[in-house]
Ligand binder design. Structure first.
Ligand SMILES: *Cc1c(COP(=O)(O)O)cnc(C)c1O
Length: 402
């Protein structure tokens, strides 16, 4: 037997290394060394999980809910999810059309595993959430990026969409409000997506993770309201992670046509079996208990958003679209690319994020992670005080660039 280099699976090798890896590692090392790093890279609310939800999780353990559950999740939770869809959106789903998964992320993973064959193309608006392209690739599909323009508020443009649709298009991913841009898709854009999906039989994967965190009046437009005939072509992905500050509990859910949910259950049964039982009871409490928490989140985020956007827009050469949802700002810093500091050239978002980290002790996420190198993502799931301090440091750091 020879001890050689281990040959890894092609599917792993085709996934490019994460552009955030180096910056994250550096931030971690600096923090470990005691540096005062202001962290704007976090993708989760800074409020704790509501107490009644924590108590429900704890109680579930003492009540003996410490064993396997049904693969798609406990019936009570799937019923509560159906009731919520009915109450909030007027949509009719039955519990067997719902899968509860280990976070919204694994729900999306299950979806692509269930629907994609080699050669199938998936339309992904760009900037995109980091995990969409690798998830599609790991399922054998091909990501096709549909560019969104900052000047258009990162809304989907019909003519652009038409350019990227082919006979191999199997699905399109919608994420409104969006991570990283905070954009909410317009009714006009959704109407075009709906018409094309109906005409060509596309599946629409609607990632509604930030549904509750929007700064617009009333409900944001949704593809299923635009054309209810799409019901059997739409997969709704959502979860409790962002709206109830429950990222660590790992509970997400998918609603969709029975055949797809059944296929997803097959995959889940051979991978995770089911999401953690106590977490499912905690999520049940979140969905059925007092519903004031998402409003608390919005109230906390709103002044931070206004302040952050105002400060960024005031920077010379920087543009910043006002996010209409989620808790990120996505300013364009490309005017600074090509500038140098002590002989080091800022050649893109990774270099700039690295520079902010070492010069300003500010951790951010380079736009390259979302396929958009002109931008930097800052999370405002942090205090106004930290945002103020961070902006001062960024201003100083930018001044030094030549
Ligand atoms: C956070 C996030 C998810 C998934 O969250 P989970 O923690 O896996 O529930 C999905 N989509 C987007 C856009 C997100 O930002």
């Amino acid at each position: 037997m020879s001890i050689g280099k281990i040959v890894l699976a092609d599917r792993v090798l085709q996934i490019p290394p994460s552009p955030t890896l180096a910056v994250n590692a550096k931030a971690k090392a600096l923090r470990a060394a005691g540096a005062d790093i202001l962290n704007f890279s976090v993708g989760e609310p800074d409020l704790p999980t509501p107490t009644h939800v924590c108590n429900a999780g704890k109680q579930a353990i003492y009540d003996g809910h410490t064993r396997y559950t049904p693969v798609p999740g406990i019936l009570e939770l799937r019923e509560a999810i159906c009731a919520r869809f009915k109450r909030e959106q007027g949509w009719e789903y039955t519990p067997d059309e719902i899968q509860v998964s280990c976070g919204g992320k694994h729900g999306l993973y299950n979806i692509f595993q269930a629907i994609l064959n080699p050669g199938d193309e998936v339309l992904i608006p760009l900037p995109y959430w980091v995990s969409y392209p690798p998830m599609v690739q790991l399922a054998g599909g091909t990501p096709v990026f549909v560019p969104l323009r900052e000047e258009n508020g990162f809304d989907l443009e019909p003519s652009v969409l038409e350019q990227y649709a082919t006979s191999k298009t199997k699905a399109i991913i919608l994420n409104s409000p969006s991570n990283p841009t905070g954009a909410v898709l317009s009714l006009a854009a959704l109407e075009v997506v709906a018409a094309m999906a109906l005409e060509h039989g596309w599946l629409v994967v609607s990632d509604d993770m930030y549904e509750e965190i929007s700064y617009t009046e009333g409900k944001i437009p949704h593809i299923l309201h635009v054309d209810p005939r799409l019901r059997d072509q739409v997969l709704i992905s959502n979860g409790v992670s962002k709206s109830y500050a429950m990222t660590g509990w790992r509970i997400g859910y998918t609603a969709g046509p029975l055949d797809v949910i059944k296929a997803m259950n097959k995959i889940q049964s051979q991978s995770t079996s089911n999401p953690a039982a106590p977490s499912q009871y905690a999520a049940l409490a979140a969905l059925t208990g007092p519903q004031d928490f998402p409003a608390l989140l919005r109230e906390a985020f709103l002044p931070r958003r206004s302040f952050f956007v105002r400060e960024l827009q005031a920077l010379e050469g920087v543009s910043c679209v006002t996010p209409m949802g989620a808790f990120y700002v996505f300013p364009n810093f490309s005017a600074y690319y090509g500038k140098t500091c002590q002989g080091k050239t800022i050649d893109g978002s990774v270099a700039l994020a690295d520079y902010f980290l070492s010069e300003a002790r500010v951790a951010s996420v380079p736009g390259a992670a979302f396929g958009a190198d002109d931008f930097i993502r800052f999370s405002f799931a942090t205090s106004l005080e930290v945002i103020g301090k961070g902006m001062e440091r960024i201003k100083q750091a930018l001044k030094v660039l030549q």
